[in-house]
Write a protein that binds this ligand. Structure first.
Ligand SMILES: *Cc1c(COP(=O)(O)O)cnc(C)c1O
Length: 393
């Protein structure tokens, strides 16, 4: 039974549908719509869609459905809705179930566009948001109220790689009658069983590890069938966040190698982080599975590996960080992560530039902080490249 398959088997086979030609590789149904055999059949489909019936690609498409079923099988979720980008997924997961007068509690360390939704959009629609330090459980306990509908967090914060205790926050959210929504990009569906830890809804930017080769934008919301079909789907299908069938196909093929890639990248990340810790050009190395990480025990309880990203505090502030970035040859300067190519970012001047210096300081984003997403290159080559660039600092 497909439910008993191990992750790697699910990643290759789950959700497959074959046409009358019995193709081996999944077909791309690059079609906006579907033809009905009769007026009665069209009428029936608009009343209620059966399993594997489609009417319009904004509502659903066989290639998109294969991607949704495959990622749902991997995550252990009842259902999934795929979206045009990670942000369409975050927006759908958060806004589809909220209304004016509701209260939300969110961790402060959020991806910039997630912060925009919580800080700027929600209040504009009469939704009150309380921000907390996600690692401080007392702040979550104090922030939830009887009208709290939803708690939102990124399990590992970007770019400081702090780890949030998902089970503990889930318990606090549930005691208040709220849902816990987790943006799980950094932990990936491979390293963490986020629903089993108590999250109700899990969101991915498929642009990151799921594509993993820097080609397409995409996203997905996972949860109970009730939540996905009754709350998320009506919102997203009527507001136009649908994933294109071509991009769904790219993501489907990405899933086939997801576990192999994530494990190789995370093993390399740990190996390199260990090897460069203590280098004279560095204040510190941040990686959840390093002995020096303050939450290593929690990270090891929640995850099987520490993720594919580490952060470095380079000596000499912005100047030192820029010298490091500019001296790298294999590692490219870019702001994606989870890619086959190793990529490095200076958050203070790029992804977190819009924040005030005080807000950056509160999130621990110093001028010397650099985020490095480890790719699929040979770890020894990467280590030499990074070490040489650190010598230049
Ligand atoms: C990239 C990212 C997003 C947004 O995804 P897009 O595919 O770029 O829309 C949301 N959350 C996190 C944590 C991300 O890393």
């Amino acid at each position: 039974m497909a439910n008993d398959w191990k992750p790697r088997t699910k990643l290759v086979h789950a959700g497959s549908r074959r046409s009358q030609y019995n193709e081996v590789s999944e077909a791309i149904f690059l079609t906006q719509g579907f033809v009905y055999d009769s007026a009665e059949q069209a009428e029936g489909r608009f009343v209620e869609l059966g399993e594997d019936e489609y009417i319009y690609a904004r509502y659903g498409n066989p290639t998109v459905r294969m991607f949704e079923d495959r990622i749902a099988a991997l995550e252990g979720a009842e259902d999934a809705f795929a979206t045009a980008s990670g942000m369409a997924a975050v927006n759908g997961a958060l806004m589809s179930g909220l209304k004016a007068g509701d209260h939300v509690v969110a961790a402060r360390a959020l991806f910039g566009s997630c912060l925009y939704i919580c800080e700027t959009l929600m209040p504009r629609y009469g939704i009150e948001v309380t921000f907390v330090d996600g690692t401080d459980l007392d702040q979550w306990r104090k922030a939830v109220r009887p009208d709290t509908r939803l708690c939102f967090l990124e399990g590992i914060s970007n770019p400081t790689l702090e780890v949030i205790d998902i089970r503990a926050v889930a318990d606090i959210a549930h005691a208040a009658g709220a849902l816990l929504v987790v943006d799980n990009v950094f932990a990936t569906p491979i390293f963490q069983r986020t629903l089993e830890l108590g999250a109700d809804v899990v969101v991915y930017s498929a642009t990151k590890h799921i594509d993993g080769q820097g080609r397409c934008l995409g996203g997905v919301v996972l949860g109970t069938r009730e939540f996905i079909r009754k709350t998320v789907e009506p919102y997203l299908k009527h507001t136009g966040g649908a994933l294109s069938p071509f991009n769904a196909w790219v993501m489907l093929k990405g899933l086939e190698t997801l576990e192999l890639r994530c494990n190789a990248q995370a093993d390399a990340a740990l190996k390199i982080a260990r090897a460069i810790e203590g280098h004279g050009g560095l204040e510190r190395v941040i990686y959840p599975f390093l002995e020096s990480h303050p939450q290593r025990e929690l990270a090891q309880r929640q995850m099987t590996r520490g993720g594919t990203v580490f952060s470095l505090e380079v000596r000499g502030g912005k100047e030192g960080a820029f010298r490091f970035l500019n001296a790298l040859e294999i590692v490219k300067i870019s702001n994606n992560l989870g890619d086959a190519k190793s990529l490095v970012t200076h958050p203070a001047t790029t992804t977190h530039q819009r924040l005030s210096p005080e807000a950056r300081a509160r999130l621990g984003i110093s001028d010397g902080l650099v985020r490095l997403s480890v790719g699929l290159e040979d770890p020894d080559d990467l280590q030499n490249d990074i070490r040489r660039a650190l010598d230049a600092v």
